[in-house]
Design a protein around this ligand. Structure first.
Ligand SMILES: [Zn+2]
Length: 345
């Protein structure tokens, strides 16, 4: 009987030798150590022995049982680590390799410029406000010192809306963002420093014009707005956006809604103001500016003897092209949604 247990342990050793997978291991476990396995069957035979033989054989049986369980456990370890080894081989990942990031988009260059412009003016106390882009003729022209039939209106090829005329005239798609001037005086409590970034709609589409372009316009209203303050704000923007080495020049001009009025030039980046083929005279035309006309202050419901203001307007597309140093053969490229073009910025 004792030999039977030893043979059983030998049998297990032989069976475990060829086991290479967890399912084969399980089959061996059932065969030898299972509830109805060979060991259980041999143990059941013990009850037929006499008391003396049962004690001795029982001891040997227990030793054999413990030995078999140890054999099985070590075979189990061997099979498991072999499986993990194969897995590590097959699914090996080098964590030090650079990852593959998903393709990421970015804001359109015009949107990037709008955000940057807003941040620059925020730094000197200007707050961005919004006014309608479809507005009454009154705010787009009349309140800006351009009464009906005034020839200055011809400078803008304006889109008129197919909508009923109201008390403030026809509705227009604003040809310039200057409708903010009187709108903001009506809306805000002076003194204030406001920035408006809006669209200008004009019936023009060629290599240097798009039917909708963006402009940013400031309006500063206070008791003592001065010409030098206006120049200081423009210089601040030019230095922040284009660089500190750029100089600003104001040239007398005429606009209906400012008096006096100026055109703003900045020194050419290529020649530093010495004149080159790009700029001809060392300067590049940038924008228009001036002190708010008393009639416009009056249209805003303020007393021009008490309140003064200044304003200037820049084209967003124009400043971004000037800074990037890109001379687009066709300005409409900005809006063709060709990623090969847009991804460069
Ligand atoms: Zn130049």
């Amino acid at each position: 009987m004792q030999d039977a247990f030893q043979q059983l342990a030998q049998g297990l050793i032989v069976a475990l030798k060829t086991v290479s997978s967890e399912s084969e291991l399980e089959a061996v476990r059932v065969e030898f150590l299972g509830r109805k396995g060979k060991l259980a069957e041999a143990m059941a035979g013990l009850k037929d022995l006499g008391a003396e033989a049962r004690r001795e054989t029982g001891k040997a049986a227990n030793e054999a049982k413990m030995a078999m369980e140890r054999l099985f456990a070590s075979a189990e370890d061997r099979v498991k680590s072999a499986r993990l080894g194969r897995l590590a081989e097959a699914e090996w990942v080098d964590l030090s390799l650079p990852g593959t990031s998903p393709r990421e988009g970015h804001l359109h260059i015009v949107s990037q410029t709008i955000i940057e412009v807003e941040q620059i003016f925020n730094r000197i106390g200007f707050t961005r406000h919004h006014v309608p882009e479809i507005d009454w003729d009154y705010y787009a022209f009349e309140a800006l010192n351009m009464p009906q039939d005034h020839p200055a209106r011809d400078n803008w090829e304006t889109y008129f809306m197919d909508a009923p005329e109201g008390e403030k005239g026809k509705m227009v798609a604003t040809p310039h963002p200057s409708n903010d001037q009187v709108r903001l005086m009506e809306k805000l409590e002076p003194p204030f420093k406001a920035l408006y970034i809006g669209k200008a709609y004009r019936r023009q589409s060629d290599v240097s014009h798009v039917p909708i372009h963006h402009q940013f316009e400031t309006e500063c209203i206070s008791h003592d707005a001065t010409f030098s303050e206006l120049k200081g704000v423009i210089e601040f923007f030019v230095h922040e956006y284009f660089g500190r080495e750029r100089k600003v020049r104001l040239r007398p001009h005429h606009f209906r809604f400012t008096e006096p009025s100026f055109e703003i030039d900045i020194s050419c980046a290529i020649c530093g103001g010495a004149a080159c083929r790009l700029c001809k005279e060392g300067w590049l035309e940038l924008a228009g500016a001036g002190l708010t006309h008393p009639n416009v202050i009056r249209a805003g419901g303020l007393d021009p003897n008490e309140w003064r203001g200044f304003a200037f307007a820049f084209g967003v597309e124009r400043v971004l092209m000037m800074r990037e140093g890109i001379r687009l053969p066709d300005m409409r490229d900005l809006y063709k949604n060709d990623l090969r073009f847009l991804e460069q910025f």
